[in-house]
Design a protein around this ligand. Sequence first.
Ligand code: SAH
Length: 184
Amino acid sequence: MLAAVAAVPRERFVAPGDVERAWDNRALGIACGQTISQPLVVARMCEALAPAPGARVLDVGTGSGYHAAVLAALGADVVSVEIVPELSVQAAANLAAAGIDGIELVVGDGRAGHPPRAPYDGICVAATADREIPRALLDQLASGGRLVAPIRSGRRERLVLVTRDAGGALARQDLDEVRFVPLV
Ligand code: SAH
């Protein structure tokens, strides 16, 4: 995990004025009022997702492309969906500048998942859903698959890990308290 984080040049994914601060353990602003997630939170989510090499992973909320890049550094086969076209274009440029290829970027509403490549061994969501994980995402989770997403209930916002067992049943576990932008 730490090797994957160290392998991705985070400074390529932040705004030009933030290069000096790129590795601070905090979220930083990118374009369109969005943020690049805090490095420790990306690491924590990747750890909970635990993708095996070659695992098919859906990343919802491409943003800067940083989280997708760390997943790819872990050996996952990543498809990443972003709702703001401009951010997806910038993420493509960031990934190219970082010398990372093989990530499929899709512009669309990640609440619908990405059916063409479903089911996914891993799904990670970088924007907070209100109370419920979108049904389409759970439906696109493979047997043995793991989903990590921030969920808000009332004033609390926490990461949840949902696993689907070999029989198809879903189980949910609460992880850390976090703060993300809303899933829109
Ligand atoms: N993973 C990103 C963090 C991005 S912040 C990174 O490493 O930089 C969350 C992102 O989710 C924002 O870019 C926002 O535009 C996007 N987003 C919000 N709602 C979405 C939706 N319904 N579908 C896809 N992306 C969404």
